[in-house]
Design a protein around this ligand. Sequence first.
Ligand SMILES: Nc1ncnc2c1ncn2[C@@H]1O[C@H](COP(=O)(O)OP(=O)(O)O)[C@@H](O)[C@H]1O
Ligand SMILES: [Mg+2]
Length: 289
Amino acid sequence: MTGPAKTLRSDTEEPTVVDTTAATATGSGVVLDGVQVVYPTSDGSIEAVRHASGTVSDGRFVSLIGPSGCGKSTLLDVVGGLLATAKGSVSINGETVRGPRRDTAMVFQEDSTLHWRTVLSNVAFGLEIAGVSKKEREARARDVINLVGLAGFEDRHPRELSGGMKQRVAIARALLLDPRILLMDEPFGALDQQTRMFIGRELLRVWDETRKSVLFVTHDIQEAVYLSDEVWVMSARPSTIKSVITVDLDRPRVAGTMADPRFHELTTEVWELLRVESEKALQYRGELP
Ligand SMILES: Nc1ncnc2c1ncn2[C@@H]1O[C@H](COP(=O)(O)OP(=O)(O)O)[C@@H](O)[C@H]1O
Ligand SMILES: [Mg+2]
């Protein structure tokens, strides 16, 4: 944990602000405009995010990467309408976000399956709550189960599934209401490297078919570059969106993408930006001299 005195130290530093709000005028996509988030705590307030601006244009895949504790989850929660800003705003297609919205769905790192329910009824749960008939909700759930590659597993229970399959259930559940925007907070963070690679490719296939806008939090540089159109690199806390790296690799991304010299250049570029910020974060926490 960090104390208030240290928070003040970074208050004297000028944040580098990268303003990518070009789409603000038209209001299309997800627009973060000068977002600041402050958490009140028993020993003072913590400024988690100082100034985050950026636009996720319709249908784009954007990754958010930054040092641990810099405010990635905080920012995602703000976009998802779960957390209020102290300053600035988030708008979606011109409407200010004031709470959770039907056109936005979230996927988290933790296993969110209901262990006593089958895959089918886990996925259909959102429509059950909404009072949709069993026949209709199961038909729609089967569609998204097919989409995420879980056909044949409808009647299984979560205990019979691998970690990767449970995350597919979470993705299917998020897709069920056909949101325009998917917010994903380290969704593959608990999976082993190989599973991560495969499920990442599966996610791109689903994204290609559905063309949702995606804001994807990860701490994995290769994953960020492999999946995304843009990688937003956050600074140490109190954070800003320090740089936006445009990933100009061909799509579809394939196994060979990672062998492309350009992939190497881009991951190196992200690492250089991230290294500086991670060092600051570690020094601040006393984990580096
Ligand atoms: N509910 C909370 N109350 C107080 N501080 C919080 C709360 N949630 C997060 N924080 C603090 O805000 C900062 C950013 O947290 P978070 O968004 O979870 O970071 P990240 O996801 O980048 O690791 C951290 O310093 C964290 O300790
Ligand atoms: Mg987080």
